[in-house]
Design a protein around this ligand. Structure first.
Ligand SMILES: *[C@@H]1O[C@H](CO)[C@@H](O)[C@H](O)[C@H]1NC(C)=O
Ligand SMILES: *[C@@H]1O[C@H](CO)[C@@H](O)[C@H](O)[C@H]1NC(C)=O
Ligand SMILES: *[C@@H]1O[C@H](CO)[C@@H](O)[C@H](O)[C@H]1NC(C)=O
Length: 372
C-alpha cells in the first residue's frame, strides 16, 4: 500500500511536467513555424494575435503602410518634415516581432562581447580575426559617426544604391537633406550631384569595391569597411598603417593600393548585419555558417539592415533592377546595360527583393526612386 502511494506521489508530478513540456513545445513550434512542415507554401504559422499570420521568415503576411494602433498615438500627428524618433524600428517590430534593435553600427573595443558574431567566420562574424581587429581598432580610436551625428536625438538616414533608376530624377537636393547619407563602394558623386546629392557621411566598401584612384575620394566621409573573407582584414590593416600592399592573390579583381584616409576616419561595420540580413531577414541557406552559393546579401541590403538598427527613419534611393527593361542602365554612372547582369553565384537577387518589398510595403523604409 505504502509503495503504491509513493509511486503515485512521484508519478503524478512527473506526468504533469511531461504534459506541460510537451504542450509548450507544441505551442512554441506553432507560434514560430519552425521544424514543422509548412501548412501551405507561404503561411506556416498562426500567431496568438487573432488574424496575425506570419511567413516562414517571421514577417507578417498581410502588410500595408498603415500605422498599427499602438503607434498611432506616438506618430499620427507628427508632420512629414519632423524626424520621428524610433519610427523605423517600431514599424519593423510591428511586422517582424523578433526584431531586437540594439546592434552597434561599427565594431568598437568591446567587440568580443557581441555574442552573435563571435561564432561565425567572415563574412558572418569575426571568428579567427580577433587579433587583427584589435590591432586595427587600436589605431582607429574612433567607433561612432562623430560627435555631431552621435548627439542627434533623431537621425534620418538614406542609403543611396548605385542603380540606373537614380539617373535623371534630380533627387540630389532631397538626398542631401538626410542627416546620414550612405554610399556604397565606388559610386561617384562628382558629375552626378543633381541626381545623387553632394553629401557623403559614409562609404561602405570591401577591398575589391573600394575606389582605386586616391583623388576620387571625397574630402570628409567615413571609410566603412566590410569584410567577406579573412584576407580582407589584412588588406584593411595595410591600408590603415599605410603599408605597401602585399599578397593580392586572393582577391577576385584588382584592389585599391592606397586609401587616402586617416585611421580616425575608418570604421569596421558590425558583421552582424550581414548575418541577420542573410539568415533572418532574407532566409538564405546557412551553409554551416560559411559563405556559399547564393547566401551573401548585397551590400545595399546590408546597409539597410544596419540603418534599421541605428536610424530613426530610413530611406533608400537607386535600389532595384527592373528586369523588364534590359536596355536601361545598370548603374547611374555607367552605360553598361541591365542585360549585362549575370545570374549571380553569391547573391540571390529575387529572394532579397522579396524582403525589401516587405519593408517598402509596410512603410518601414521609404523608397525614393520606387524601384523595389
Ligand atoms: C491628431 O490630430 C487630430 C486632429 O487635430 C485629432 O483629432 C487627434 O485626436 C490627434 N491624435 C492624437 C493621437 O493626438
Ligand atoms: C539622362 O539624361 C541625359 C541627358 O538628357 C541622357 O543623355 C541620358 O541618356 C539619360 N539617362 C537615362 C538613364 O535616362
Ligand atoms: C534563390 O532562392 C530560391 C528559393 O529558395 C532558389 O530556388 C534559388 O535557386 C536561389 N538562387 C540562387 C542563385 O541561389
Amino acid at each position: 500500500m505504502k509503495a503504491t502511494h509513493k509511486l503515485l506521489f512521484v508519478l503524478c508530478p512527473m506526468l504533469v511536467l511531461v504534459f506541460i513540456y510537451y504542450s509548450s513545445g507544441k505551442l512554441h513550434l506553432r507560434v514560430w513555424g519552425q521544424k514543422q512542415p509548412p501548412v501551405s507554401e507561404e503561411i506556416v504559422s498562426v500567431g496568438r494575435i487573432v488574424g496575425s499570420v506570419f511567413d516562414q521568415q517571421g514577417f507578417l503576411v498581410n502588410l500595408d503602410g498603415k500605422l498599427p494602433l499602438n503607434l498611432v498615438y506616438k506618430y499620427e500627428n507628427l508632420t512629414t518634415t519632423t524626424c520621428k524618433p524610433g519610427y523605423a524600428a517600431a514599424k519593423m517590430t510591428a511586422i517582424y516581432p523578433k526584431f531586437v534593435q540594439p546592434a552597434p553600427m561599427f565594431l568598437d573595443r568591446n567587440f568580443k562581447r557581441l555574442a552573435k558574431v563571435t561564432n561565425f567566420v567572415p563574412p558572418f562574424g569575426f571568428k579567427t580575426q580577433d587579433r587583427i581587429i584589435d590591432t586595427i581598432l587600436t589605431a582607429t580610436k574612433n567607433y561612432g559617426l562623430g560627435p555631431e551625428l552621435d548627439s542627434l536625438s533623431c537621425k534620418r538616414c538614406v542609403i543611396v544604391g548605385n542603380g540606373g533608376i537614380l539617373a535623371n530624377k534630380s533627387l540630389g537636393s532631397r538626398i542631401d537633406e538626410y542627416d546620414v547619407v550612405v554610399r556604397l563602394n565606388e559610386a561617384p558623386v562628382n558629375g552626378y550631384t543633381r541626381d545623387v546629392g553632394t553629401k557623403t557621411t559614409m562609404r561602405i566598401t570591401y577591398p575589391e569595391g573600394a575606389i582605386q584612384k586616391p583623388e576620387r575620394y571625397e574630402k570628409d566621409s567615413l571609410f566603412v569597411f566590410i569584410a567577406f573573407k579573412p584576407l580582407d582584414f589584412k588588406w584593411l590593416r595595410q591600408m590603415i598603417f599605410k603599408e605597401k600592399l602585399q599578397g593580392t592573390e586572393g582577391f577576385w579583381k584588382s584592389v585599391a593600393r592606397y586609401v587616402p584616409r586617416e585611421p580616425s576616419e575608418m570604421r569596421i561595420l558590425n558583421p552582424y548585419f550581414i548575418q541577420e540580413a542573410a539568415f533572418q531577414f532574407i532566409g538564405l541557406p546557412l551553409n554551416n555558417g560559411l559563405m556559399g552559393k547564393g547566401n551573401i546579401p548585397t551590400l545595399g541590403t546590408v546597409a539597410i539592415t544596419m540603418a534599421l538598427h541605428n536610424c530613426d527613419e530610413v530611406a533608400v534611393a537607386g535600389f532595384g533592377y527592373d528586369m523588364n527593361t534590359p536596355h536601361a542602365p545598370l548603374h547611374y554612372y555607367e552605360t553598361v546595360k541591365m542585360s549585362a547582369i549575370k545570374e549571380s553565384w553569391t547573391h540571390n537577387i529575387s529572394k532579397e527583393k522579396e524582403f525589401l518589398q516587405k519593408l517598402v510595403r509596410a512603410d518601414v523604409i521609404e523608397d525614393l526612386t520606387k524601384g523595389i
